[in-house]
Design a protein around this ligand. Structure first.
Ligand SMILES: Cc1ncc(COP(=O)(O)O)c(C=O)c1O
Length: 394
């Protein structure tokens, strides 16, 4: 027996991996362009970071730490938010979580119930949709406009606000499009949120993985609109397995006090996030190293290569990513002829060539007709992948 809410959870990124495992059993080599985990490619966690984790473990830091997070870590996070984005966030307004995943879970659990609505970008990272449904709410997607470099369609966003809307979620750089929202758009979203007196949730997990333009931090643009920022160590610091993230409240007019206390209650109920990961994270923040910059340098080359190969294939159009490590091309299945939709294409591609991608419809309605490709593998693998893809489509 399992509850209906569990039956409704769907997470295409992991589901396609299950199909890939079956294909692998038949002896086929799998090319993983599906999962956004740099560590399983040639982006190794730097030695000093792994050492910090070992030191924390051997150094007596293995215990239930403060439910809101180790005070020293929250202090360091507060300093880094000031340094990076000129924010003035008190360490008491920072909560350490088991990945951004848990932060999203806490927020949606605390804000959404009884058909209340969460405005999220469409296409959307699947977790927002899943958790909004799980807590008996409604995930409402505001369109990102592919013909305008995946910028939010601000009129669509405005149209979709009503008295049930609890928050507007921004994810920039975006998963799955790989594109950042412009500063102008973010300002407009903040203005609209202010007009309707609703807070902004800002998933900033890719803030340091950017190629041409600087990252715009929504909280730094907001005078009075509450912005809850979400970030973590998974991608920037090559620590996906540590499961360490955090949220911070930019709340100049103290509108979020009740919510903050509600979320703190949830945090206390689950005791704490990993203590050893937290103490190791303090070391990373004190000595951020060069690994992020190096990773971004390599990724930029891989992005350029993947983008050039994709856009040369007839029947495919693609917006160039300027952040994260995803490209989200559109497939004209009428022109291509053979496949009915993105899911059928992705499964056929996987079974025939071993190339594992994610079908766009797994990212909500707006993702239909698209396929998400990561550009994490090295150039040699990418070359093989795109040669195979070209032949497959021909
Ligand atoms: C947009 C976005 N938010 C959150 C997460 C989850 O991050 P974490 O590893 O911190 O749980 C991901 C992971 O791919 C992501 O792409």
């Amino acid at each position: 027996m399992v509850a209906q809410r569990i039956k409704e959870i769907s997470y295409a990124i992991r589901e396609i991996a299950a199909v890939a495992n079956k294909v692998a059993k038949s002896g086929k080599k799998i090319y993983h362009l599906n999962i956004g985990d740099p560590v399983i490619f040639d982006f190794n966690t730097p030695r000093y970071i792994s050492q910090a984790l070992a030191d924390a473990s051997f150094g007596g830091k293995n215990f239930y730490v403060d439910s809101l997070g180790a005070p020293e870590l929250r202090e360091e996070l507060s300093k880094s938010l000031t340094q990076n984005y000129n924010l003035n966030i008190n360490s008491n307004d920072i909560l350490v979580t088991t990945g951004v995943t848990e932060a999203i879970f806490f927020l949606i659990a605390a804000m959404i119930e009884n058909k209340k609505e969460l405005l999220i970008p469409g296409p959307s990272y699947p977790l927002y949709i899943n958790y909004a449904n799980f807590f008996d709410g409604i995930p409402v997607e505001y369109g990102l406009d592919e013909s305008n470099d995946w910028e939010p369609d601000i009129d669509d966003l405005r149209k979709k606000i009503n008295e049930r809307t609890q928050a507007i979620l921004i994810c920039s750089p975006n998963n799955p499009t790989g594109v950042m929202f412009s500063e102008k758009m973010i300002k407009q979203i903040i203005d609209i949120a202010g007009e309707y007196d609703i807070p902004i949730l800002s998933d900033e997990i890719y803030d340091q993985i950017i190629y041409e333009k600087p990252f715009t931090c929504p909280a730094s643009l907001s005078k009075d609109v509450p912005v809850i920022g979400l970030n973590g160590f998974s991608k920037t610091h090559l620590a996906t397995g540590w499961r360490l993230g955090y949220m911070y409240y930019h709340d100049p007019e103290n509108k979020l006090d009740e919510l903050k206390e509600g979320i703190a209650k949830m945090a206390r109920a689950r005791l704490s996030a990993s203590s050893i990961a937290q103490y190791a994270a303090i070391e990373i923040l004190k000595n951020p190293g060069t690994h992020t910059k190096e990773m971004v340098g390599k990724l930029k080359e891989r992005r350029d290569y993947s983008y050039e190969r994709l856009r040369k294939i007839e029947g495919i159009t693609c917006v160039k990513a300027n952040g994260a490590f995803y490209l989200f091309p559109k497939f004209d299945f009428t022109e291509l002829g053979k496949w009915k939709d993105d899911k059928e294409f992705v499964i056929d591609l996987l079974e025939t060539t071993g190339i594992c991608t994610v079908y766009g419809s797994g990212f909500g309605e707006y993702g239909r007709g698209h396929v998400r490709f990561t550009f994490l593998p090295n150039l040699k693998i990418l070359e093989t992948v795109y040669n195979k893809l070209e032949n497959f489509i021909k």
